[in-house]
Every structure is written in C-alpha cells, then in structure tokens.
Design a protein around this ligand. Structure first.
Ligand code: ZN
Length: 659
C-alpha cells in the first residue's frame, strides 16, 4: 500500500560521481507522482570543486527551473557558489528580484538554467544531499485543523516543523533559525506546513530513502486513521450529450479571458463522486493544496446546472478577480482554471491543451488530498490572501514574462478527417506546429497511436456513420472544449472506369464517402464552429477534377464537384455565423494513400504518359506534396485569409486546362 524505495544497485552504478548519483535519485523521486508533480519539488548536492584559478570552492548543484525531476540530466542542475548563498542567508532582507539576480550571477556556468527559488533553503541545510518534495500524504496531514500536532505525533524528533511561510528568502531564514534551534541528532528531515517535506543525508541513497521512509510514515498514519482509502460512491454520469453546453462554456471562458482557451473535461468515477458531494462547495473552495499549485489551479467558481448559470457565475467570478488584480496593477492569465459540476465532472481550463492537462492532473491529486484530509478531521488550506500573494510574487511573474509570443493557433481546436495518412496527416502536423490542439479522425485504427502528446486526440471513426461521428465529436469536445477549424479531407479515388461500365454500387460508394459524409460533418460541426471564439473556419480538400475532370473518373469528379457546390452554399449560409469556408484544389499529390502504384499507372496510361512524366505534368514542372497542401490549408485558417470565404485555390503546379 505505502510507497517503497525504487533504489536499484545495478541502475545506480551507471550514474557516476556525486552529481550522477544526484541525477539518479532525483529521477526516482520524479517517477512517483504522489511525491513530485509537474515541477513541484527539487533536489541538490554540495560538491567541492577546483575553479579556474586553482582554488577549491564548494558548489551547490540545485535543480534548475524548466527541468522535471523524472527526466533531469546533469545539465539540469545549476551550480551556485555555496559560500555566497550562506552570506546571503544572513542578510536582513532580500527582495525576490534581488534574490533571482544574486542566484544567477553567482553560478559557475553561464549557460546553466536559473536556480530553483528554494536554492537558499538547500544551502542552509548543511548536508551533502538534500531532497524536497510536496508529497501528497504529508500535505494532506499538514492541511488539517490539528495538522502540526499530527505531524508531531507521526515524526517526533525526526523532523523539525516549520510553520507556513511563502516560499522565498524569508522561508529560508525561518528554516535556518528554527533548524539550528530544534534539530536533534535523530533529525532526518524538515516538514513545512501546507507546503511539503525535506530529507537529507551524506549519500544520495540515504537522503532519498529517508524521504521514502518519512512519507511512508504519513501514509501509514492516514491508513490507521481510516483516511487513506476513501470509498467513492458510484456516481451517475449524464447520458445526454453535453457537446453544445461545453462548447458554450468554452466560448464564454474565452471571451472573459480575452483569448481562445482549451477546456478539458474529466468524468471518471472519482471526479463525478467528488463533484456530486453535497459539501463540494465548502470543501473545494479552500484553495489548492500547496502554494506551488496556485498558478495552475486557481480557486474554483462553483457553477450551476446549465450554461447560462455557468457563464453568469463565471463572469461574476472573473470581475471579482479583475478588481483584485487591478489593485496589484498586474494582469496575468485571468481565467480560473478548475470548474466542478455535478453533471460535467471536472473541467480544467488552459491556454494550451498541455496547461489544461497539467491542471487536471494536479487537481486529481488535490481531490485525493481534500478527501483524505476531510476524513481525517477537516481539510484546511491557506487563507485566500496568502494564496493571492503567491500568485503575484515577483518570481512567478518573471517566469511568465519569459514565455514570449505564442503560436498563431494557441488555444484553438482543429479537426481533420482522413488524418492517418497523406494530406490529412500533413494537415495534423501543420496545425500542431501552429499551436492548435488537433483531433484526427480515420478509419485506420493506427490514428489512435499517431501522436502521443496532450494536444492530439486520434479517434477511429467511419465518417459515413451518424453514430460514429456523434461519438467522435463528443470525445473531441470532452477533450478540448469545442471546435474552431475543420479540415474535410477524407475521400476515396477508385480505379479508372468508363461510364458505360460504371456500376451503381461503385458510384454510390464514392458519393457516400466523398460527398454525403462531408454533409454530415458540416451539419454536425456547425453548432460548434458557431461557438468558435475567433470564428469558425472550414477547409475543403477538393480536386483539380472540379474545374478539369478526367476521363475514367466520373464518380470521383462528380462527387468532388458536388462537394464544391455544397461548400459554396455553406459559405453563403454561414457567413453571418462568422464561419468561413475555403476550398483547395490539389492535383497530382502522389504521397497519399489513394495513389497506390496501380492507380498511378492506370491514371498515367489514361493520359498516355509514363509515371515519371505524369508526376510532374504541370506548367511549373514541379512535384506537389501533401505538405504543400497542408500548409495552405493551415494558412487558410489563419489571419491571412481572415477576410476570404468561398475561395478556390489550386495547388497543382499550374494546370493548362484550369488556367
Ligand atoms: Zn517546495
């Protein structure tokens, strides 16, 4: 039940030297998400080195910002001169910007990452190895009414207990004073109330295994108090599709936030049971579990049952937030990040899909912490004022300022049909590269594994089936919150057949996939595209065969011509909904699934050309690739085409019959 040391002698031997050992056990900590979640936690080692003048110097290697413990490398540790840090610790005061400056200017490597904000705290603990985590079990116990007494009961003299102080210079000083006063021979760690735990040792293994042992004691305590395994009632999950409701909520959130946002929904039995608790408003409104989580999981607006109530409350919440922020004269990423609702479950908001996923993961841990602490005798987090201070302290602001201008489709959602290969696959890549979250639909099950990243969702889907399309759209909206861009690419190109032998079944099959399925997609996506914060965009992958049909391709040419007309009518009908539809007519794109060797040879023969001649048979004598088409499709969704609808643009190297 409780955590175990993951130390392995064979594995450890591969990590050479003191810093190598530091890397190894840092990764062991990082592997356990109940210890370290998304940068929450840091480690250090003190190493004596000879500098360029030949003098010996003690260097503190401390986790640098931007690195995760689970995947950290030696280069992820910032080398800072220890003596200077110890001098700093004796100053009367040091502002956050001053501290950042001192840490950066006293490193021995100019290209190292910025040292952790908890660097001075690592320096004042005079042990070779220091490990720090925000372990769920320890945070759970400290965030209760009698937290401090409970910690004393669990650990006795093994740890020094530090009251809550905001991370930074002051916390380091409080720790230094209190540690000097209270540490005993048997002391192996330090608990920071409402924050986390430190362990230390003379070897990497000792410090790491002390961390595991200390956290296990908190876990066992929770188990003894029947506060470890919390029974969750099987929760009712709404049967009615909430596609439009979620998209409306996202639209409102994006409007108040001032930028398109991703809204991810999680409806597992844990989140549903939590959101349906009678006391959810009370227990969830007390702020996130530790100060480090504040940036990502803002306080919760408790919402009602329908979108109007959601958005009204959201707006109220937002205005309060703005007022409070104005007093501080700063304005960062204003939308609250977590929404709990009895029907929707847990929704998290982010500027990117990754942000929303991180918020969800953190909140899932927070739910566990709240439930266990509630069972233990009442969850008690920090007062709101403390949390607010943390959000706006200088260090966090500096971190946010660094992040530059986001890609053009940040916070936007695109769906591509026929996405597992050829033009569709290339469209997925072009959209991801521009910052969009992308849903790829395809008959081929390989679509589900095409990308392993939080901003891509691959759904196996037959776009000619109304049920399959409904399920796929439900999944899409649950994952990202709506739809801004639709690329209709799925289609087939049957082998050449002259009209006198063209069978009705084949004709109908081509029409069904190339035409009817696209009507279905357009119709079902319309309510979502209408709720796109920047206005919906549709790109139709047409064909050169629309202006210049080919002999032997009657069904294909007719289906694409009908699709072209459908798109033009959609442009007329949907302009008032701020949805624009543009069409690309590619020709001779041979790196796609429909161009098998056989099809290629047969088409070349129709024109009396060799395959090689046929490939570059255009005015510019150039080969057109899937990537060329995809890049144009992505640009058509961007600002260049903001005032264009119903355009038909060829990507064909120039075709004499079209020109
Ligand atoms: Zn910390």
């Amino acid at each position: 039940m409780t955590m175990k040391s993951l130390w392995n002698d064979k594995e450890a031997a591969k990590f050479k030297g003191d810093l190598g050992q530091r890397v190894y056990t840092s990764r062991l900590l990082g592997r356990d998400k109940s210890l370290v979640l998304h940068g929450g936690g840091n480690t250090s080692v003190k190493i004596r080195e000879r500098n360029i003048l030949g003098k010996e110097e003690d260097i503190l290697y401390v986790k640098g910002s931007g690195w995760d413990l689970e995947t950290i490398e030696p280069a992820g540790f910032s080398p800072v001169r220890l003596l200077h840090l110890l001098h700093l610790a004796k100053l009367k005061a040091l502002s956050d910007p001053q501290m950042v400056n001192e840490l950066k200017t006293h490193m021995t490597c100019a290209s190292a990452p910025a040292p952790s904000i908890e660097t001075i705290l690592h320096a004042i603990l005079s042990y070779k190895y220091v490990d720090h985590t925000h372990a769920d079990a320890v945070v759970t116990v400290t965030n209760t009414a009698n937290g401090e007494q409970r910690i004393r009961d669990i650990y006795g003299e093994s740890v020094v207990i530090i009251p809550y102080v905001m991370p930074g210079f002051e916390l380091a000083q409080v720790c230094a004073r209190q540690f000097a006063r209270e540490a005993k021979r048997s002391t192996v760690g330090m608990v920071l109330m409402n924050h986390g735990i430190f362990s230390f040792g003379t070897t990497a293994r000792e410090s790491y295994e002390r961390m595991i042992a200390l956290v296990s004691r908190a876990e066992k305590y929770l188990a003894r108090k029947s506060s470890w395994k919390i029974a969750t009632r099987a929760a009712a999950i709404s049967k009615t599709p909430l596609r439009t409701e979620l998209a409306s909520l996202r639209w409102e959130i994006s409007k108040v936030a001032g930028f398109p946002a991703i809204l991810s929904t999680c409806t597992n039995s844990q989140t549903m049971a939590f959101a349906q608790r009678k006391d959810v408003a009370k227990i969830s409104q007390q702020g996130p579990a530790t100060p480090d989580h504040v940036i990502r999981t803002k306080r919760l607006p408790m919402l009602g049952r329908n979108v109007e109530t959601y958005t009204k409350r959201y707006r109220e919440y937002f205005h309060q937030y703005v007022r409070a922020t104005k007093e501080k004269k700063t304005m960062l990423d204003p939308a609250p990040r977590v929404i709990l609702d009895a029907e929707l479950g847990l929704c998290t908001v982010g500027q990117t899909a990754k942000d929303a996923a991180v918020a969800a993961e953190i909140y899932l841990h927070t739910i566990e912490i709240i439930l266990r602490a509630t069972a233990l005798g009442g969850y008690r987090a920090l007062p709101a004022k403390e949390l607010f201070d943390v959000e706006y302290w200088d260090l966090e602001q500096a971190k946010l300022k660094k992040s530059g201008k986001p890609p053009v489709f940040t916070g936007e959602i695109a769906l591509v049909t026929g996405a597992a290969s050829g033009i569709g696959k290339a469209c997925v890549d072009s959209l991801l590269a521009r910052g969009a979250a992308v849903i790829g639909l395809d008959l081929n099950p390989a679509i589900e594994q095409m990308h392993k990243r939080s901003d891509f969702l691959g759904v196996r889907c037959d776009v000619t089936s109304e049920t399959a399309v409904a399920i796929a759209l439900d999944c899409s909206v649950k994952a990202f919150g709506g739809l801004d861009m639709l690329i209709l690419n799925a289609g087939i190109f049957p082998a050449s057949r002259r009209i006198e032998v063209l069978h009705g079944d084949e004709w109908r099959k081509v029409m069904n996939i190339n035409l009817d399925a696209n009507l279905l997609m357009l119709r079902e996506c319309h309510p979502l595209l209408k709720l796109s914060p920047k206005g919906g965009r549709v790109v139709i992958i047409g064909s050169k065969n629309v202006p210049a049909p080919g002999p032997g391709a009657a069904a294909y040419s007719a289906s694409k011509a009908a699709l072209n007309q459908l798109a033009r009518v959609a442009a007329l009908e949907w302009g008032a909904d701020r949805i624009r539809i543009n069409i690309i007519h590619p020709n001779a794109v041979f790196d796609t699934a429909i161009w098998s060797e056989a099809v290629l040879a047969s088409r070349a023969a129709q024109y009396g050309l060799s395959v090689q001649q046929y490939k570059k048979n255009n005015v510019l004598r150039t080969e057109v690739t899937s990537c060329d088409v995809a890049e144009l499709a992505a640009e058509m969704c961007g600002p260049l085409f903001a005032k264009t609808t119903a355009a038909q643009v060829p990507v064909d190297g120039g075709n004499e019959r079209v020109i």
